[in-house]
Write a protein that binds this ligand. Structure first.
Ligand code: PXL
Length: 272
């Protein structure tokens, strides 16, 4: 039996629903062996508020090489990378390792309000990381920030943004329409055709980690050898189930439920 492997290079979210925690929960749910390289720790200090504790470049390198040399990688994703320095080093590690299935989730701001990417790091992300990606997965505000435009508000603007972002060099662009009014429609673009993926709008504020979970599910499916279109379709079902069963815990924006797809979500429907 082959066990497929995926690495997440991202931030640790102490709340458990986003970042690296969302990624390894999702990998596990989709039967992929998950590994991690923590770039930073995001946590809310009772006196100081939201804090970001970055890890050293050396610690990030050590984690990457451990996963790469001791276990091996069928796919990897990047999440919160925070600084120019971390993006630059990560981009070099990816180029040198020649992993094919690279998912870049260009996280900029978390749903709990933490700044997950410094303002001066956008250019580095565009020039060094995004060109290596098999797919990038911005939401509407992230796509706008990457393009330096004020906002994206409609499906036609999402398509224009996908076409512009594709010029940076990734094989696929997925612009996610979580902030649209009406159905949650995402646009997948491969440089030639726009595919629309639709799902019900679920009336909940509890979507902390939704983007991480969605891109982790894509990564897991790519690790298993699925085509990009198959991977995105399955990941869309996975995240829709996770949002449908998202959880209101003690305070703040609650997490999506990573086990929902397996337990009673779209997985159950697919099997019928
Ligand atoms: O959901 C984006 C995200 C990514 N990475 C980390 C986070 C968050 C949001 O809270 O904490 C580490």
């Amino acid at each position: 039996m082959t066990i497929y492997r995926a690495l997440s290079i991202a931030g640790s979210a102490a709340r458990g629903g986003a970042g690296i925690q969302a990624d390894i929960k999702t990998f596990q749910e989709l039967d992929v062996f998950g590994m991690t390289a923590v770039t930073a720790i995001v946590a809310s200090h009772p006196e100081k508020g939201n804090c970001v504790y970055t890890q050293s470049i050396e610690a990030i390198e050590a984690q990457f090489y451990t996963a790469f040399h001791d276990i091996g990688l069928d796919a990897l994703k990047t999440g919160m990378l925070f600084s120019n320095e971390i993006i630059e080093r990560t981009a070099r590690l990816l180029a040198e390792s020649q992993v094919k299935n690279i998912v870049v989730d260009p996280v900029i701001i978390g749903k709990m309000g933490s700044q997950l990417l410094k303002d001066d790091a956008i250019e580095m992300m565009k020039s060094k990381l995004i060109p290596q990606a098999a797919i990038i997965t911005p939401n509407m505000p992230e796509a706008a920030r990457l393009l330096g435009i004020p906002e994206i508000t409609s499906i036609s603007e999402m398509k224009e943004a996908a076409a512009e972002l594709h010029k940076l060099g990734p094989a696929y662009v997925l612009v996610k329409g979580g902030r649209l009014k009406g159905p949650a429609i995402d646009i997948l673009y491969d440089g030639q055709t726009f595919k629309q993926l639709g799902a019900d709008r679920i009336a909940t504020i509890h979507t902390n980690g939704a983007g991480c979970t969605y891109s982790a599910a894509i990564t897991a499916e790519l690790a298993k050898g699925k085509t990009m279109e198959e991977a995105v379709k399955k990941a869309k079902n996975f995240i829709t189930a996770a949002i449908r069963h998202s959880i209101a815990f003690k305070r703040g924006v609650g997490p999506t439920y990573h086990a929902a797809y397996r337990k009673y979500g779209e997985a159950a429907k697919e099997e019928q």
